[in-house]
Ligand binder design. Sequence first.
Ligand code: ZN
Length: 749
Amino acid sequence: MRIVAADRAEVDRLVDLGVDLAEYNKQLDNGIEVHAVLSPAESDALRAMGFNVQDKILDQTDYAENIAERNEAIQVAQAAAAAQDTLTVLRAEWFTSLDGNRFLSFEVKSSAVDAATVITASWDTGVNTAPGSGGTATLSRFTDAGQYMYHRFTNPLPLTAATPDRVVFTSNKGGTVKASVTQWLGKKNPEPSESYVSDFVDHYMDPTEIMARLTALHQEFPKITQLIDLPNKTNGYRRKAQAQFGTVAQSTFYVTSKAWGHEGGNDITMSLVNQGGNNLPLDVLVSGKNVVVSLATNGSGAVTSTAAQVVNAINNKPEAAALLKADLYRGNAGTGVVATAGSTKLTDYLKAPASVSRDPFQNKVLRIGRAKDGTRTGVFIYCQEHAREWVTPITCLETAERLLRNYAQDTKTQNLVNGLDIFIMPVVNPDGAHYSMYDYNSQRRNMTNHCAASASDPGNRNGWGVDLNRNFTVGTVFDGYNGASTSCTSDTFAGPAMLSEPEAKNEVWLVNEFPNIKFAMNTHSYGGYFMWPPGAYKTAGREVLPRVDLGTENYFWDASSKILSAVQSWRGTAIWPGRTGPVTDVLYSAAGNSADEHWYKRGIIGWDFEVGADIYNKATGRYTAVGFQPAFAEGHEEAMEFSSGQIAILDVAKKFGADKSAPTSELLVKAKDAGLTKFTFKVNEAANIYYTLDGSTPTTSSLKLASAGYREGAEQITIHAKTTVKWFAVDIAGNAEAVQVRELNVPKS
Ligand SMILES: [Zn+2]
């Protein structure tokens, strides 16, 4: 009960009376508020003694409510703990890879999303063998951006016993589910004809060499090629010349030439001298391209000029400022006295031979096709957005050469070249690629420095540039998506704005200029992935860009099988099922990437390859990553196998263009129970189903059959009363089936 005592003496009286006071004491205008634990009788007794006993703070009713609330919470938790989880098998597959090794790959989702859920797989040794006779293993819980995705093997599990037929998954929450183990890939691609030729690259090539080869190919095959000059020249393989003076931050500064290094910047020299004498002023003397800073001295002839003073003196001397600009080191105030320095030549640090032009780079696309008039399905195959991924440009080049050099004698190649409009861009990022080959092999971005002076000192020169695969306009860091940076020295720097870079503008120009482009393949390195949109999410709540619809998703999976079997046909490499799927499911979020740009802006089916699958070593039982720049023997194999994959994409595109037949679908009743019927649809090819449940005629604006969840099959639709279902299917090429009708009954409840 709340008691207001007139003063401290009255509180003391309560204490003397043995009243059970709470540890609470609040000064009021008219006294002191204290709280006492009192029975109704005790309250009345105190009031009779003249105490101001007011209202209750808490009483037995509150206690009862608290206890009820507590019991309810405990019951809910116990019920949740006792509830058996439901397991959904996303994928259960085996496959062979390099050297015929066999592997298992499982993906299972539990309805219990918490970290305490453990799922175990147990498989047999073939048809009608004992369950579990093949082996047992625990799956790993896969989470991304703090969200539970599913359980899987982190790496495919090497298979030692016979290939299994069935697998049983068991959760420690009680859920259990069985599945057939199917083969992933392994479909034998038709052997190329006897006369089919391949293997046209014998070393890693820089962009200058690649352009020369594209030009030569165009000259050799003028009828079936066109060489397209992209409209946006790059900034160029060039840098301003720089020199830095000082060893500790407060006395360090650096200078940057106004001219590019190769256009005179590299000829500038600078020295910091003590002229010898007392009380000399700071002065800057310029003779031709030689800048001499005469440092100030004190009464005993010692140098007194600070870095900040020298920077000001240089920048305020017009003859010096015409040649270069001085800046303090990484934002330091520059209060330290500078050290003298002899004549120091500025340099752009660039090491490529003179045969690599320092001018803005004229990038080119080789267009291959007989018609080249926009009437054929267009396919855009592009490589080396990221400079250090040296295998990728030779993959694109190999694809171009295979198409051209087999055209005369191979009918399959003729079908592709005659039936398609193929655009091959082997090097999206030529400046960065030159820099990666000659200066800094880990260069990922282009060479353009967007940093302020505080991050533009020469020690940062390997940290500049824009990640071109983050510079596009969909799901960008500027819109809050994850996986790109606004820091100018980050390796995923998205640029100062969307499409700020000429290299990204060139990609967009091409797909806008040729609206017949319906497929795109963005080739990267490494890890062995085959991916498609969505490729970005906002981390908060893992809000993913809209997933593709079920028909398109199924189309992607069907195409995967064809394309990845082609990759496998070269030397046996299997891209893992767990590295196949939407970027956000299997890799990470990459805000502002180009595949999302093509898909969400233009409906272009935008795929991504990561060449360079991990290699399994049977002796050690380990997987080894191949890296960005493996020895050429390995890089060559990667280029060959992924060129086969790129050509399989052309097959897919050709089929798409030739598909004039409508899909056929059927309605499948999945379950009937008291008061409800569940059904779904099945189609003979990847297609979307549009349906109505009210008897009206469906259109493409009607309900669309959705996926039950990512990496799952079609949803089931539940009805609770007799229903007329009307539906039709539309395939990815746009062919529509006639409307179908079915009456569905619901069992009485
Ligand atoms: Zn890359």
